[in-house]
Ligand binder design. Sequence first.
Ligand code: ADP
Ligand code: ADP
Length: 227
Amino acid sequence: MIQFRDVNKHYGHFHALKNINLTIEPGEVVVVIGPSGSGKSTLLRCINRLETISGGELTVDHIKVHDKKTDINSLRRNIGMVFQHFNLYPHRTVLDNITLAPMKVLGLSRQEAEETAMTYLNKVGIPDKAKSYPSQLSGGQQQRVAIARGLAMKPKIMLFDEPTSALDPEMIGEVLDVMRDLAQEGMTMVVVTHEMGFAREVADRIVFMDQGQILETTPPAEFFQSP
Ligand code: ADP
Ligand code: ADP
């Protein structure tokens, strides 16, 4: 589903990704861990071309991401992304936040988009918040809206960049539960997180990065076994 071949990424003179080789199969859940500044977020952001790679090849669902002729919209249509800071539109209701892209990008009617939105708000456990504004929700609820918004585009891949790092501790569990459900349903997921419990229980593979390199790609049982 996602294939990095000798991918390099430079920010000016800074070498942020070094010869990345990684293949992620459909339905696989890959958790990326490593110290701050090791390139985890960059790796994730290359997948939907929020960052462009400097060298190598990157294909996502048979689309050549490295090819400048590739239409970014057709790429991003299949990829949902959830950020640390929820990035919801503050002056729109929860429902409008979710329906916007399906109406604009997928061409759904308002009614179709709202039905889809309600399906996913149910899935993340907050159908009663449809008419609320983001500021009226807790951080955990806002993040669940962000996940519902991603899912409403019916993506093949979901990317999560430290989705719980900005949350109060008591709200982390509710977001991880939604992600765990998604994983069980077979969503292809790439997750940058410091939640080692989640990594251990949910990941099919752990990718460990340091200084722009992948040092290990192993199942969690191996990664977390004590030496
Ligand atoms: P991580 O997610 O592991 O914390 P990042 O991928 O965010 O790491 O960053 C990797 C390195 O690249 C860091 O040293 C960071 O400062 C640098 N970096 C990230 N984005 C940019 C950018 N737009 N311009 C310059 N340097 C950047
Ligand atoms: P967040 O905390 O939301 O993950 P970051 O601090 O990682 O945000 O990065 C915010 C933005 O700044 C990103 O687009 C990232 O690529 C960019 N960035 C990160 N490090 C650098 C850097 N050293 N120079 C320039 N831009 C950077």
